[in-house]
Design a protein around this ligand. Sequence first.
Ligand code: AHG
Ligand code: MN
Ligand code: MN
Length: 357
Amino acid sequence: MATSAKKTPENGIAVPFALPGGNRIVTLDEFIIRSEKDFDYATGELTGLLRDIGVAAKIINREVNKAGLVNIIGVADGSSDNASGDKQQKLDVYANEKLIECLKNSGECCAIASEENDDIIQVPPVNSKKSHYVVMFDPLDGSSNIDVNISVGTIFAIYRRKSDPTGPATVDDFLQAGSKQVAAGYVLYGTSTILVYTTGRGVNGFTLDPSIGEFCLSHRNMRMPEDGQFYSVNQGYYSKFDLEMRRYIDNCSDENYSLRYIGSMVSDIHRILIQGGIFLYPSTRKYPKGKLRLLYECNPLSMIVEQAGGKSMNTQLKRILDVDPKELHQRSTIAIGSPNMVDELKAFIERYSALPL
Ligand code: AHG
Ligand code: MN
Ligand code: MN
């Protein structure tokens, strides 16, 4: 066994526990059970929740991989728009159902909120156990990419409830600033399937080994580059962006940065986490407050990015994790990524913005 130093030399982030040396595989389940011992107040609930999400991710992954073979691509039958006004795809519905099912079966959380549901969903206690957590998710991010075989993801955020655990959960349990997240993560169904999560002590990534059906630790203590060469924005909306954003994008082009935009935020953020860069979704005429959802897209990905050494703010220069949410499906602008690039954008906004900041 390799003994774990409490802090790694390169970044000073605590390594949660001693990991086996050599090539021994560390599965997600083993990792989260061992990490639990790090938390003084651990009751096993959070561990159980992360495991539930891992199980749901494997089921969703199986279906995503079969997408062209079974009748699961395209718009859901009888679908109306979801809470955010987007068309529901069949896989959106499937992923949503599987996550809710896995979380309800264990009863490790007391309520759920999802992009695909207008209101919160109460989870009845299992074996009279009172849960202290609520879970929020975007079951399938980038779902317009499914039909064309491009990577999609799942994003999740976990909070401790604020309401009395003897009663039902309330919407206020979900309306907490992102800085209150106790865990956050995503699953990327890409060339391989990877689950990345944080409990506020660094970021770790687990790649699904399909031959054994297990997520195995592959990206330990992830740190993102401080700078990058990639910018990620829907440049098709260029003429609809405010002046400061257009100036910044012009600068990216002058600096010969490469544009990469997949159209699933999870995929774009994962690339930035590994290779460095910046992801932007500013306000447009269609979405004056931004398009992306604060609670289950921006907050969890901001926690991951900050934990890996990056930064995340809205275009009013407020740290995303400090925004007090008012609504479940609230939208936000976002600029997130390598710290030096986010700082550079901040300077452009300060210089060119016509609005008082
Ligand atoms: P979802 O599929 O969950 O609705 O999310 C799609 C989001 C996000 O993943 C992506 O970055 C963005 O929408 C793309 O929007 P545009 O097509 O407007 O660029
Ligand atoms: Mn999404
Ligand atoms: Mn979605």
